[in-house]
Design a binder for this molecule. Structure first.
Ligand code: ADP
Ligand code: MN
Ligand code: MN
Ligand code: MN
Ligand code: MN
Length: 394
């Protein structure tokens, strides 16, 4: 007989099986002070909210996230979207919120962080969602039902934060080539994380549309979309949050930085595929003759004409947009590694070295969508999606 008596069943983790007495665990999520950090805390509710409007406004200590001074530290968080919680399961929810600063009269205004932490290339701890939502609510934008499909690339690191999965310590793996869409122990590193994340997203209600291993060892991609309007930004933020949470379980560190490894290694982007109702309309009556680009001086009809018109509008503000497409994007947009140079503007059919790629199928059928290849993996999706909408439609 062992010295231990009674049940030999492990008691570890049994509390996770306990009945939760009808309570709802609501995980409130918000964007922290550097715009990349996603923060969260749990609120226990007495009943399941019918919609996001039933959820209470809450607050947190903004002086601990770099978003408010200590003497006036409260940041208010207002629920804007809710999803099933894939980690707790059951009757529990993830609650995406937007951040506000309280006014003296009891009202509130969208959070803008103190000057020295202000926006870096569109990435900030500010509430960028309200301005984006206003653009999507404009009738000229709303009636065009903008769809976005965002390809989120990311890099998985060991807990040391310097060694990508699959890389030797203090060294390099074999050159790029075998890793993209790979299978096999020697080439695919971290598949369980990509897979667990996809399944968690589907459970949550995120419109994830696929995953693949990327060109650099330890780098992966998932796509979210098509999602309409502000939902694209909401779902991308929550998908990143889910990735952080999945990685906790594997003691792996995820990076959304656009050039995590210097040298001859692909960076990480957030290609943003988009379409208006007109782009998708195969019967659209429209004609446009571009003044520049690969179709210069040649009349373009229907939905394709609409796309070329949109591209000419985007070209006018390309310099302004690129400044908002993610921090450290200049390290990635070098003209190498399937990118266009940061300072250039171009579009082309099936061209992965252009700023914008017109998918071959879109070109052939004459309707479809465009791919903006410039946004960095750490871009703010509210900024990028709303800038595109504004440029094309307002
Ligand atoms: P790539 O060929 O560049 O790797 P992906 O297949 O990774 O492209 O991603 C394409 C994304 O575009 C997907 O998220 C898909 O859902 C989205 N998409 C497809 N059709 C449309 C459309 N009409 N408008 C916007 N996004 C779309
Ligand atoms: Mn406290
Ligand atoms: Mn892709
Ligand atoms: Mn990719
Ligand atoms: Mn792409």
């Amino acid at each position: 007989m062992s010295a231990r008596s009674g049940s030999l069943e492990p008691t570890l983790n049994r509390e996770f099986e306990l009945d939760q007495q009808g309570r709802i665990f609501a995980e409130y999520i918000w964007i922290g002070g550097n715009g990349r950090d996603l923060r969260c805390k749990t609120k226990v509710l007495d009943k399941m909210p019918k919609s996001v409007d039933d959820l209470p406004i809450w607050n947190y200590d903004g002086s601990s996230t770099g978003q408010a001074p200590g003497h006036d530290s409260e940041v208010l968080i207002k629920p804007v979207a809710m999803y099933k919680d894939p980690f707790r399961g059951g009757n529990n929810i993830l609650v995406l919120t937007a951040t506000y600063t309280p006014n003296d009269d009891g009202s509130m205004r969208p959070l803008t962080v103190v000057e020295d932490l202000a926006s870096v290339n569109g990435v900030s701890g500010n509430n960028t969602r309200d301005a984006a939502a206003a653009i999507f609510a404009d009738p000229k934008v709303a009636e065009q039902e903008l769809w976005y499909g965002i390809e989120q690339e990311y890099t998985l690191f060991e807990a040391d934060k310097v060694t990508p999965l699959g890389w030797p310590k203090n060294g390099y793996p074999a050159p790029q080539g075998p890793y993209y869409c790979s299978a096999g122990t020697e080439n695919a590193f971290g598949r369980d994380i990509a897979e667990a994340h996809m399944r968690a997203c589907v459970y949550a209600g995120i419109n994830i549309s696929g995953i693949n291993a990327e060109v650099m060892a330890g780098q992966w991609e998932y796509q979210v979309g098509p999602c309409e309007g502000i939902a694209a930004g909401d779902q991308l933020i929550v998908s990143r949050y889910i990735m952080y949470r999945v990685c906790e379980k594997y003691n792996v560190v995820v990076s959304f930085e656009p050039k995590p490894m210097k040298g001859d290694w692909n960076g990480a982007g957030c290609h943003t595929n988009f379409s208006t109702k007109d782009f998708r309309d195969k019967d659209l009556q429209f004609s446009y003759t571009p003044v520049d680009g690969p179709f210069k001086g040649k009349e373009q009809k229907g939905a394709f004409g609409k796309m070329i018109e949109a591209l000419e509008k985007m070209g006018q503000v390309a310099k302004e947009h690129i400044q908002l497409y993610g921090a450290d994007n200049h390290l990635r947009l070098t003209g190498k590694h399937e990118t266009a140079d940061m300072d250039s503007w171009s579009y082309g059919v099936a061209n992965r070295g252009a700023s914008i790629r017109i998918p071959r199928q879109t070109f052939h059928q004459g309707y479809g969508y465009l791919e903006d290849r410039r946004p960095a993996s750490n871009m703010d999706p509210y900024v990028v999606t709303s800038k595109l909408a504004k440029t094309i439609l307002l």
